[in-house]
Each structure stands twice: as C-alpha cells, then as structure tokens.
Ligand binder design. Structure first.
Ligand code: ADP
Length: 262
C-alpha cells in the first residue's frame, strides 16, 4: 500500500541519515585516537615537541563530535504535529514584531496578506518556527541589509506543476518568504532541504532548518519549494492544505434549515 511505501521510504531516509552521521562520527573518533596516539608516542620518548598541537587537534575533533550528537538529539526531539485550523494571515501578523527583532534594522520587512485567504490545517507552532527559521536564513543571506517579504495566497493546484510535482491536486494556502540576499547556486539549492546540509561555518549552521521545514510541510500533506538565484535572492514557498472550516458551518446550517422546515 501507499502507506507501507511511505514508511519504507522514511526508514530508508533515516538509514541514510544515521549512516552518514555514523560515518562522520567515526572519522572524528579516528582523528582523536590518532592525535592521542601521536601524543603518547612523544611522551613515551620524553619529547614535548608538537604536544600542544596534538592536544589541540584532539580537542577540535572532540568538540565537533559533541556538536554532531547535539544536532542529532535536537533532530530526534522534534515534537509531534498537532494540526489546527490556522489563519496564516493572523499568524504572520502576530509574528511581525518578533520577526523584525530577529532580522534587525538593516533589513526591511513587509507582510503582504492576501484578502479572502483560506484557513489551512497545520500545526501553528511548527508554522511559527518555520517562519522564524526562514527569517533567520534570510537575515544570514543579507549581511548588508535588504528586503524580506512574507506573502500569503490561495493556491489551487489542478495538476502536476514544475514547481510542485509532489503535490496532489487540491486547494492550498501558499506562504512565500522572499529575500534579496546572496541566493544559492543550483548545487546548493538542490541540497538545501537535506538534513545537516549547511554552507555555514561549524557552530553557526546546523543544516537542519530547511530540512525540518520540509518535513513539517510534507507531514502536513503540503509541500515546500525553493526558488533561488545566485546574487539575486531566494524564495521559499510553503504549500499547506486548505482547511474547509466552512464545510462544518454548511453542514450545521443545513441541519438548522431542515429543523426549521420541520
Ligand atoms: P543552516 O541555516 O543551519 O545552514 P538550513 O537547512 O536552514 O541550515 O539551510 C541550509 C543551507 O541552505 C544554508 O547553509 C545556506 O547555504 C542555504 N540557504 C538557506 N536559506 C538561504 C537563503 N535565504 N539564502 C541563501 N542561502 C540559503
């Protein structure tokens, strides 16, 4: 069945993820053991040359290994989704102050809230953290300032589109976060959603932001896409499924009419 297929794909992804981490971790351990080994040889020979260097190298590898497990734990701690009917316009507007403080004064934030926006069914906390993460990425991509635009729109998907091949036809709410920053090369854009992929220095990037956003969108039965041009900027779109809250109301009013007629 489709669910079994999804499950096996998930297991495969987890396998690749843990395989990759185990590999990195092993490399770091090899580095630590190698440095300690050299250190031991020196000390056994009663020499002190390069001792500080070997200690330093072992420390660096150990710190990297610690950072790796830290990231893995943070990834594993992800909270379960609690979907609700969400007015994305209201959510974005309520985040505006926090977003402004996050991106600082050199970046100009504008929110373009579309009229008549459908409600969406998703976990509002996860959506907030996704938007915050996107704003932080945008800030990092605009060290000399720029413009950050968050816009919302209804999106009716009729068939397979180039932008959203993985999205089944239906109604979605699209939240787009656009910056005028450095942009990404095609190679970086292709890997940006991968867990632990980062171009930022160690300690600054976890490489988990976009992968968590992608996971959130997919688990919400939606999708996330990146559109980026080097030197021009980046747009990340979140497609989240429409929540037909009016279906409940229609049902209720139909029942009301029937009761009235009787
Ligand atoms: P992190 O921000 O910790 O590196 P992410 O998963 O959020 O992890 O992003 C992965 C990579 O994608 C970043 O290291 C960066 O190279 C690229 N990236 C993400 N957002 C943007 C953006 N708005 N502009 C340019 N590059 C970006």
């Amino acid at each position: 069945t489709e669910e079994a297929l999804l499950q096996s794909q998930k297991m495969e992804a987890v396998g690749q993820l843990t395989g990759g981490i185990a590999h990195d971790f092993n490399n770091l351990l090899t580095g630590i053991v190698g440095s300690l080994d050299l250190l031991q040889t020196r000390l056994n020979q009663g020499r002190t040359d390069n001792v500080a260097r070997y200690i330093e190298a072992a420390m660096t590898s150990a710190n990297r290994a610690a950072a790796l497990t830290h990231r893995l734990l943070a990834f594993a701690r992800r909270q379960p989704l609690i979907p609700k009917s969400v007015d994305a316009n209201r959510l974005v507007v309520s985040l505006e102050d926090l977003l402004r403080r996050t991106i600082g004064e050199t970046i100009d934030l504008s929110v373009v809230a579309s009229n008549g926006l459908w409600n969406t069914l998703c976990d509002p906390n996860q959506l907030e953290s996704a938007l915050l993460n996107l704003a932080i990425n945008a800030r990092d991509a605009m060290p000399d300032g720029g413009k950050l635009t968050i816009s919302t729109a209804n999106a009716r998907i009729d068939g397979v589109t180039a932008d959203t091949p993985a999205l089944s036809p239906g109604d979605y709410v699209c939240i787009e976060v656009t910056d005028t920053g450095t942009g990404m090369s095609a190679e970086v854009a292709a890997r940006a959603f991968d867990p632990f992929f980062t171009t930022k220095p160690i300690g600054q990037g976890t490489g988990l932001g976009l992968s968590m956003i992608y996971g959130f969108a997919r688990q919400s039965n939606g999708h996330a896409t990146i559109d980026s041009k080097l030197g021009r900027g980046t747009s990340v779109r979140l497609y989240l499924p429409r929540h037909r809250s009016d279906a409940v109301t229609e049902h209720a009013s139909a029942a009301g009419t029937a009761a009235h007629a009787a």
